[in-house]
Design a protein around this ligand. Structure first.
Ligand SMILES: Nc1ncnc2c1ncn2[C@@H]1O[C@H](COP(=O)(O)OP(=O)(O)OP(=O)(O)O)[C@@H](O)[C@H]1O
Ligand SMILES: [Mg+2]
Length: 296
């Protein structure tokens, strides 16, 4: 008897979700990236119960047609690449066509979206990967995605979610990261109805850092600009040695404008401060690394 079976799409999505959706903050990362890729100029993030009960992201980007709004939840469905060559010149944050399929397979998701050419908006409801309904709705051009009851159908994953405070820490970290990477975009974030971040469009990274961290930090920021084209360039700001933090929380690293947490970059930064900062004390850094795309 044959023993090999092809997995159902839904099960395949739930397995893939293990890679994409580790915790509430990974959902926010994917949805904020989508909002940025869609050309959003205002991004609103609402969180309840550390993302466990609700995460909602609204943007004023290009939106989706009704057919696209349904297709967006299929695995490997993307508007961002078409050919292998495109992989070598990706200009968007997303490209795999994985995120929405993965998120929708482990949560209850509502998408409301409208393009500028459509008269009415579309509302799509998906629960645990199952399409529940598609209806007309009303909204301006743009997209709102609401993710409720994350991991409602995967109890083991639900159990591994950390405390509300820990998840909030990661959620705020993601929002701050992308707010720094995109000073031109207005961001608002509420947590259990309380506003935790509000920044209007800024002219550059320095102004955005001022909006988020206040004037105190700005005085000790030193500009960084170095590296070599076609190898790696680095720009941004690091703090003067008088600015002393007991954690690495104020270190934000980006590779080609994507959020990264990376021990090698953090280690390299600390190495640069070895003779000026005592052990256990960390600098502030907003560092943007630019690397050429892969050769395909
Ligand atoms: N906020 C949004 N506004 C407009 N279109 C969107 C939005 N979010 C998703 N889409 C559309 O849905 C498609 C699928 O999104 P999804 O995040 O699953 O994949 P992706 O962004 O293409 O790749 P990745 O899996 O790497 O994120 C996108 O390619 C895009 O066309
Ligand atoms: Mg995406």
């Amino acid at each position: 008897m044959n023993k090999i079976k092809v997995l159902s799409d839904n099960l395949a999505n739930q397995i893939a979700a293990g890679e994409v959706v580790e915790r509430p903050a990974s959902v926010i990362k994917e949805l904020v990236e989508n909002a940025i890729d869609a050309g959003g100029t205002r991004i609103q993030i609402d969180i309840e119960l550390g993302g466990r009960r609700l995460m909602r992201i609204s943007d004023d980007g290009e939106g989706m047609s009704r057919d696209d709004a349904i297709l967006a939840f299929e695995r490997h469905a993307t508007s961002k690449i078409k050919t292998l060559e495109d992989l070598g010149r990706i200009g968007t944050l997303g490209f795999r066509g994985e995120a929405l399929a993965s998120i929708a397979s482990v949560a209850k998701v509502e998408l409301i979206t409208k393009t500028k050419d459509d008269q009415v908006a579309t509302r799509v409801n998906i629960e645990g990967g199952k399409l529940i309904d598609v209806k007309d709705a009303a909204r301006d051009t743009g997209t709102t995605i609401t993710v409720r009851d994350l991991f409602f159908n995967t109890p083991a994953r639900r159990k591994f979610m950390r405390s509300e405070a820990t998840e909030n820490y990661h959620l705020t970290g993601i929002a701050t990261h992308y707010a720094l990477a995109h000073p031109e975009i207005a961001f608002t974030m509420t947590n259990n109805g309380r506003e935790v971040l509000r920044v209007s469009p800024a002219k550059d990274l320095r102004e955005r850092a001022f909006q988020i961290f206040g004037p105190g930090l700005l005085d000790s920021l030193l500009p960084v600009s170095g590296g070599r084209e076609y190898v790696a360039k680095v720009t941004g700001f690091v703090s003067a040695p008088r600015e002393r933090r007991t954690t690495r929380d104020a270190q934000y690293f980006f590779v080609n404008n994507r959020f990264v947490r990376d021990k090698t970059i953090a280690g390299g930064l600390l190495e640069g401060y070895r003779s000026v900062l005592p052990h256990g004390v960390y600098p502030v850094a907003f560092l943007f690394l630019e690397l050429p795309g892969p050769k395909i």
